[in-house]
Design a protein around this ligand. Structure first.
Ligand code: NAP
Length: 331
């Protein structure tokens, strides 16, 4: 018997396990042009929270009582397409099902001997490309500048910080706990890391870590943390709006300081983006990331949960900061 995890109800506020349901389903039957796949690794990502709501966004909402779907790696069990053979690993947007079929044209073959399979969902996949294009294209970091990144120990944030170091910047991270802070300084070359959960005066700590102000702010979290960083921007600052995870569970319309005066006075740029804006340049991003990994300039961390039924819990845990680096669920 096969199984799947469906969206049972739409969350109000932070999702709970009651919003999901595990169901028994029949085994899939493969047709011409399709692959029969067994799930190996699922990616859980903050944007999935948006899809659990029915608000209009850049991706369609999940349908109630249908399988959740997201980035995943699967193994080919049967192939009815000449481009794939049994045992190949493929990357795609797949349903939360233990086994399933997919149109072969929607699958990308990945090589587990060239990189750990999880990397195709992390540093060499959507989060790594998000860091690469958001930082370099919008942030445009220059040697000697100060780059601040929030959500710094996450799948996107740790890549942002390391690329900024490669570009010769002073890098300041903002994270939720001291273990993550120590890790980023010891293993990833961050110059300073501020811990927002136990800071007695976060504004003063950010100011102390950025004596020349903030030239680039890569915003993964939004909310009050970002309000405080924006108070410290320097002339000509670039603010990259990548994510707003602090607001994804808000039930009320978020309010905050009016930022326009600060942007005006500092001739600053604030720009949001979605990684798919850069889809025609993905090969460039992947080859730069691969090259930096080979040169030992870029490293990565993964937090791996085990077991298909752990998927909902893992997704929810993103909002508690349980992960360091890319959060994956291995089946
Ligand atoms: P991630 O950082 O690996 O995981 C989420 C992290 O966010 C948690 O580990 C937690 O770390 C932090 N967090 C959770 N709730 C928070 C809160 N209320 N305030 C501050 N920090 C909080 O996730 P990711 O995949 O790298 O994504 C990071 C951000 O980028 C997300 O906002 C995501 O939506 C966005 N994103 C955007 C794009 C795009 O195309 N624009 C693409 C990918 C991701 P702490 O322990 O530090 O709190």
């Amino acid at each position: 018997m096969n199984k799947e995890i469906v969206l049972k109800s739409r969350p109000v506020g932070k999702p709970t396990s009651a919003n999901f349901e595990v169901k028994d389903i029949p085994d899939p039957i493969v047709q011409d042009g399709e692959l029969l796949l067994r799930a190996k690794i699922f990616s859980v990502d903050p944007y999935m929270r948006g899809r659990m709501s029915d608000a209009k966004s850049y991706v369609a909402p999940y349908e109630l009582n249908k399988a959740i779907a997201g980035g995943a790696i699967a193994e080919v069990i049967k192939s009815r397409d000449a481009r794939f053979v049994v045992g190949d690993h493929v990357l795609g947007m797949f349903p939360w099902q233990a086994s399933f079929t997919a149109n072969a044209s929607s699958c990308t073959k990945v090589d587990g001997s060239a990189a750990p399979l999880g990397y195709y969902l992390g540093i060499l996949g959507m989060p790594g490309l998000t860091a690469y294009f958001g930082l370099l294209d919008i942030g445009n970091p220059q040697k000697g500048e100060t780059v601040v990144v929030s959500g710094a120990a996450g799948a996107v944030g740790m890549v942002v910080g390391q690329i900024a170091k490669i570009k010769g910047c002073r890098v300041v991270g903002i994270v939720g706990d001291r273990v993550k802070a120590s890790y980023l300084k010891a293993e990833m070359g961050f110059d300073e890391v501020v811990c927002y959960k136990d800071s007695p005066n976060l504004s003063a700590e950010i100011a102390a870590a950025c004596p020349n102000g903030v030239d680039v702010y890569f915003d993964n979290v939004g909310g009050e943390i970002s309000d405080l960083v924006l108070e410290q921007i320097s002339k000509g600052a670039r603010i990259v709006i990548c994510g707003q995870i602090a607001l994804y569970n808000s039930v009320e319309k978020p309010t905050g300081p009016r930022v326009q005066v600060g942007l005006l006075k500092n001739s600053a740029l604030m720009k949001g983006f979605i990684v798919s804006d850069y889809s025609d340049r993905f090969p460039e991003g992947v080859s730069a990331l691969v090259q930096w990994i080979k040169e030992g300039k870029l490293s990565y961390a993964q937090t791996v949960e085990k077991g298909f039924e752990k998927l909902p819990e893992a997704l929810i845990s993103l909002f508690d900061g349980k992960n360091t680096g890319k959060l994956l669920v291995e089946v």
